[in-house]
Design a protein around this ligand. Structure first.
Ligand SMILES: [Zn+2]
Length: 96
């Protein structure tokens, strides 16, 4: 069972709000800790639109709108990520 969770969102440096990651810090009752980095994909297309893109993906046909594999962090965002990780580690080291 998880007893503590903190999260922070980072939007890509290109300012496309479809390029988004969520960084979550989880601390479990047994003492285990995890940082989870999750890409967030917006579903702006309907079912058939997504199926069409999925079909192209199956056959390796490139499409500009179907996905992303990179989130660019600015220097400030990288520092925010560092500070977020440091704050969760430092806070929880003090709890132990
Ligand atoms: Zn981007």
């Amino acid at each position: 069972m998880m007893n503590k969770q903190q999260e922070k969102f980072f939007i890509c440096k290109c300012d496309c709000t479809s390029h988004l990651i969520r960084v979550t810090y989880c601390k479990w009752d047994n003492g285990d800790e995890e940082f989870v980095v999750s890409p967030i994909l917006n579903h702006y297309l309907g079912f058939w639109g997504r199926l069409k893109i999925a079909f192209k993906y199956l056959f390796g046909i490139l499409h500009d709108d179907w996905a992303y594999d990179t989130v660019l962090l600015s220097r400030t965002q990288a520092q925010e990520l560092r500070d977020f990780i440091n704050s969760t580690i430092l806070v929880n080291e003090n709890i132990r």
